[in-house]
Design a protein around this ligand. Structure first.
Ligand code: BGP
Length: 473
């Protein structure tokens, strides 16, 4: 009983949210660098406001982030101290190809990640690498309009060829696109898409999505060719939609909302466009341009495992007056659940439901690659935080995760909680929204010493890992 012996325990981060050093090592700019903190952030994230260069009025938190670029040895040592057996991180595409369409990669960028992977290996930490975590080089955004252009498929393919060959033997677990479904809701942050007034957003988004899906299949193909040991996963922003009421219309609405997300994984895991999507495209006049051979690629190169992030469940209803869009997904408030300080509803059992739903649908091993609580932490003078609220959240979720394995028989490879070290929030750009076991002295506007310190949860997670999830007290 319990989790598998080789269950992978760790934490997850993304390049632009922690590396900083945005203009060092010949790195080029990416869409994610140009998203400021503050009230204008949302329109930039949604692709409604064009911000293709920095201005003086805004603060751009990704520029410096938490300076992992210079401090990765200290940070990985802290992860190792907690007993991590895996560390999920992402590669910044624009460190490897600064503009995006170069023929030759940037050696400094390649070397940086090689050093990071070697540092992980030193502690027997298995790197789990996201090839793109929301980032796209600005060169590709400006010259080609990002993923709406077919050309992006070959630039991504080039990136994959380079990194799979260079990191052969160092990295075995790969994720092709972080939260691939987020592009639907946040097109600039999720995929570098700025949507002009003259275009049909759904048409542009689904064309871009098709390109990403094909690119993901090609990545899987190359990964297996370069090293048969490689395992490639897709990555979904998950969390099931419940119907707000048992009114049949609400039940069907929830079904449709869920399909909006499953669509991506249906293609990546089953290998073809599902009928409900084809019918939707037909109804809405969305015309996806495919190249010969695309369908075959999708069918032949499906993923080895399905990974996902889970923070909350949501409620769907046809009663529009109930909907709020506090987050990027519009949903109704669940009266049975408590919320985080950022209004995300906390639902441990929902993780078990989500695990079961995905496992029954895809019958492939699953991997929880993000889960956690964003909260305001008040440190003492030594940077120590009594974060029992975070421990409570995680204990509850891990319990239900173990039930899904023990009681339901879900095949689960591992668990990497989000943000083991405090980092910049993707949604709001704040530092104040902290997830970490490690406190970082930095505020929303870049003030602070960047000093790292252990929180109470650091010691708790260490026990959890040492006992393979048995000791959750
Ligand atoms: C996911 C992203 C992460 C991350 C996390 C927490 O959507 O993959 O990049 O940041 O959510 O969200 P936030 O930072 O908005 O609290």
């Amino acid at each position: 009983m319990g989790l598998r012996k080789d269950f992978l325990w760790g934490g997850a981060t993304a390049a632009n949210q922690l590396e900083g050093a945005y203009n060092e090592g010949n790195r080029g700019l990416a869409n994610v660098d140009l998203i400021p903190v503050g009230e204008d952030r949302k329109d930039v994230v949604l692709g409604k406001r064009k911000m293709f260069e920095f201005d003086d009025e805004h603060f751009y938190p990704a520029k410096g982030a938490i300076d992992f670029y210079h401090r990765y040895k200290e940070d990985i040592a802290l992860f190792a101290e907690m007993g991590f057996t895996t560390y999920r991180m992402s590669i910044a595409w624009s460190r490897i190809f600064p503009v995006g369409d170069e023929e030759t990669p940037n050696e400094e960028g390649l070397k940086f990640y090689e050093d990071v992977f070697k540092e992980c290996r030193k502690y027997n930490i298995e790197p789990l690498v996201t090839i793109t975590h929301f980032d796209c080089p600005m060169g590709l955004v400006e010259k080609y309009g990002s993923w709406r252009s077919r050309k992006l498929v070959s630039f991504y393919e080039r990136l994959c060829n380079v990194i799979f060959n260079r990191y052969k033997g160092l990295v075995k677990y790969w994720l092709t696109f972080n939260e691939i479904n987020v592009i639907l809701h946040a097109p600039f942050m999720g995929g570098g898409l700025y949507i002009g007034d003259d275009e049909n957003p759904e048409q542009s988004k689904y064309q871009a999505i098709h390109h990403e899906l094909v690119a993901s299949a090609i990545a899987t193909k190359i990964a297996h060719e370069v090293d048969p040991e490689n395992k490639v996963g897709c990555m979904l922003a998950a969390g099931v939609y419940y119907p707000l009421t048992c009114k049949p219309e609400d039940v069907f609405e929830a079904h449709e909302k869920n399909r909006e997300s499953y669509f991506f994984i249906d293609v990546q895991s089953r290998g073809y466009y599902p009928n409900y999507a084809l019918k939707k495209f037909e109804r809405e006049g969305i015309n996806i341009i495919k190249e010969d051979g695309d369908d075959e690629l999708l069918r032949k190169y499906t993923v080895d495992f399905v990974s996902f992030s889970y923070y909350q469940t949501r409620c769907a209803t046809v009663d529009k007056s109930e909907l709020t869009d506090g987050n990027i997904f519009a949903s109704a408030k669940n009266p049975y659940l408590k919320s985080s300080e950022w209004g995300w509803q906390i639902d441990g059992l929902g993780l078990r439901t989500t695990l079961n739903t995905l496992y029954e649908r895809y019958q492939k091993p699953l991997f929880i690659v993000e889960n956690g609580l964003g909260a305001v932490d008040i440190p003492d003078e030594n940077g120590y935080v009594e974060d029992d609220y975070r421990i409570d959240y995680m204990r509850e979720h891990i319990k239900h995760m173990i039930d899904a394995v023990d009681l339901d028989g879900v095949d689960l490879l591992g668990y990497t909680m989000w943000g083991p070290i405090d980092l910049v929030s993707a949604g709001t750009g704040e530092m104040k929204k902290r997830y970490g076991f490690i406190y970082v002295d930095r505020d929303n506007y870049g003030n602070g010493t960047l000093k790292r310190s252990r929180k109470k949860s650091f010691y708790w997670y260490k026990k959890v890992i040492a006992s393979n999830g048995q000791d959750l007290d």
